[in-house]
Structures are given as structure tokens and as C-alpha cells.
Design a protein around this ligand. Structure first.
Ligand code: GLY
Length: 364
């Protein structure tokens, strides 16, 4: 089943959204007349998504396939080097295009490779996860981790196009589908109370248990529209874009903590925990009400019912939070909720209160 794609334009590139949108990608490629095409995949998308993409591509030359290992721990310089090596070896040049086929890890690392190889070549994102479709592939942030700290090295660089195809979501397991939902909830919480209430109404109980492969395409495009609205106002993350970081100061520290301890936690799972910790701080420091905070905790628990957070040491997490890119004046800086649907950036929070918020999470 193929559907007509809808189009959201961000800066100068199009995000095309639909189901089995083969003709859109082909007409884009034929207009551009690239000489060579490289496709970056990880070991999951190599198996489950590359055959779908290859079947839909009408490209005269066989693409170069570059495979990397899946997982946040591989979003690093060593892996990036292997990508550059293969691009160089196969003569990828400024008339070529790199297609990043995967979740946030692939589009982040691949986008950074595309933006820096030969001072920048064209790259396209084809996000294959809910998280990639609603967040990572949208807005031009690309980069890698450094010393296990999330996204420490990177640039702002726009792809030439993004193709958001629902067909790839059918390849995801239940855990991956839930993973993307933390970012979906975040959009409602920071900027659209009506959307938040719709999420509760639609997914408020029995989350995806009836048909775990169905995700409403409208939900994906609403999130992309909301994100587009923000990144167009503040592409370089100097002001309002920081609202997108709600849940992420704690979330990124937790992810880094897991990676450095050789443990596994998905980004959305870390952000879900971050939504609780930072929701708790919002209730203490701003005007978020008790009932609203309880609704947030209930909804996070509903989407992530089996999430078990490792034995946490608040001091190590606070040390990791000190590397957050939103900090200034050596203070830890959070985006918090003023109320449901309204976020406030640049809130300095004392270490004692952060510790209390982490203790609250541990007791849940
Ligand atoms: N993921 C947050 C941002 O793109 O700003």
C-alpha cells in the first residue's frame, strides 16, 4: 500500500511523510543526478530495512553499503573513521549522496560524516524508528559521543531531504516502538496541552497491547510539525529550541552512566526517566500542579511499565550533568515545565534538589 506523501518544509529541505513513498525518493534522486550513492546502515537496518529501500530505489549504479554496529556505544570516532575510510576508498565525492537509513544513532553519526567529509556532501535521512522520525532526523543536529558523553562533538547541518516512511516502523519490536514515545509525550508536555490530552485519551491505558504494530501516522506528522515550528525559530539552539531538552538533562546523564557501565538503556527509556525527574523539579520550582505531575508519572509508567533503572548513584549522575550543553556559569541548567504544555528554559537547580528528585525516581 503506498500513500501520497505529505510535505513539511524546514529551512530549505523537505520532510516527506507517508507509507511506501518510493516514487518521492526516486524523483528526488533523479532530479539531483548524483554520480554515486552510499547507504549507511547498522546491523539491524541492514537486515530489516535495506531490502525495502533497495527494492524502491531506481539508481543506475549499485550503491555502496556501509554497515556499522547498532547501539549508542558505537556512536564514536572509531566508527566514524571506518565510515570515512569506506567513503574515501569507494570514491564518494561532492557529487555523491549519503543516505542514512536507521534510527537516531545512524542519522546522527551519518549526518556528521556527510556534513564533514570533504567539507560536506549531500546527505539524506531515512529514519526507521519512531524516535528517529519524530526527533533525531529532524532539525539538523548531527554528531557523535565523546568519552561516553552524549553528542559532545557535532555540528548543525541540514540534510537535503528526509523521507519518513511508515513502512519501516513495521520492522520494530515493542520495545523500540515504546522507545520513541518518550519524545512524543515530550512535545505535548512542552508545547501543546491539547496534544498531551489526546495522547492520554488514545494511549492512556493498554498502551499498544492490542496491535503493537499500529502507530497513527498523524501522530508522527504532528510531532514533526511541532518540532519544525521550534527549529525554524531557533535553528542553533540559543533559546526556544532548548525547550526540546525537557527530560534530557537527566536523560542524557543516565544514558552516559549506562554506556560507561556497559549496561543497555535506550534513549527514550532514559528520557522517560528524565521526564519524571524533571517533572518533579518543575512541580517543586515552577507552577506545575500535583495532579498534572501525577498524570505525567502515570502516563510514563503506562508506556514504560517494565522499565527498571539500575542502582543509581546521584553523585555520578550529577557529575555527568555538569557536561550538559545547556549549562553556563558552572551551574546545572534544566528546561522545566511551567505548566502542562508550556516549558521554561534556563532553570538553575541546586545539587541538593536534583539529588532529591533522583531519590523520588528510585522509589517509584
Ligand atoms: N533533540 C533536540 C533538538 O533537536 O534540539
Amino acid at each position: 500500500m503506498s500513500s501520497e506523501a505529505s510535505n513539511i518544509t524546514i529551512n530549505e529541505y523537505s520532510v516527506l511523510i507517508g507509507h511506501s513513498i518510493k516514487s518521492e525518493i526516486n524523483s528526488f534522486l533523479s532530479k539531483k543526478q548524483y554520480d554515486k550513492l552510499a547507504v549507511l546502515v547498522d546491523n539491524n537496518t541492514m537486515k530489516s530495512c535495506l531490502p525495502v529501500l533497495k527494492e524502491s530505489l531506481e539508481f543506475s549504479n549499485e550503491p555502496l553499503i556501509i554497515e556499522i554496529s547498532a547501539g549508542e556505544e558505537f556512536k564514536n570516532r572509531t566508527v566514524l573513521d571506518t565510515v570515512f575510510d569506506q567513503m574515501l576508498e569507494h570514491g564518494i565525492n561532492r557529487n555523491s549522496v549519503l543516505v542514512n537509513l536507521g534510527g537516531g544513532m545512524v542519522t546522527d553519526l551519518g549526518g556528521f560524516a556527510g556534513a564533514t567529509y570533504q567539507r560536506g556532501i549531500d546527505f539524506i535521512h531515512v529514519p526507521t524508528t519512531v524516535l528517529g522520525q519524530v526527533d533525531a532526523a529532524i532539525g539538523g543536529k548531527v554528531g557523535i559521543n565523546h568519552k561516553n558523553i552524549k553528542n559532545q562533538i557535532g555540528v548543525f547541518a541540514d540534510p537535503v531531504a528526509v523521507f519518513v516512511d511508515a513502512i519501516y516502523l513495521q520492522t520494530l519490536d515493542d520495545r523500540q516502538l515504546r522507545n520513541g514515545f518518550a519524545e512524543v509525550m515530550k512535545y505535548g508536555l512542552i508545547m501543546d496541552k491539547t496534544f498531551w490530552k489526546e495522547i492520554i485519551k488514545k494511549y492512556g491505558s493498554n498502551f499498544w497491547l492490542e496491535d503493537s504494530k499500529t502507530i497513527d501516522p498523524e501522530l508522527i506528522s504532528t510531532c514533526i510539525k511541532l518540532k519544525a515550528e521550534i527549529v525554524q525559530k531557533d535553528p542553533l539552539d540559543k533559546g526556544i529550541r532548548k525547550t526540546l531538552n525537557f527530560g534530557h538533562t537527566f536523560g542524557h546523564a543516565l544514558e552516559s552512566f549506562y554506556v560507561s557501565h556497559g549496561l543497555e538503556l535506550l534513549h527514550g527509556e532514559a528520557v522517560a526517566a528524565g521526564i519524571i525527574v524533571e517533572g518533579w523539579l518543575s512541580q517543586k520550582l515552577l507552577e506545575l500542579g500535583d495532579v498534572d505531575f501525577s498524570e505525567i508519572v502515570d502516563q510514563v509508567n503506562n508506556v514504560f511499565p517494565t522499565l527498571e533503572i539500575a542502582e543509581l548513584d546521584p553523585d555520578s549522575l550529577i557529575d555527568l550533568m555538569r557536561h550538559d550543553k545547556k549549562n553556563f556559569n558552572n551551574e546545572i541548567n534544566f528546561t522545566l515545565l511551567q505548566t502542562l504544555g508550556d516549558a521554561k528554559v534556563d532553570n538553575h537547580v541546586d545539587v541538593e534538589l536534583i539529588t532529591e528528585a533522583i531519590e523520588f525516581l528510585k522509589k517509584l
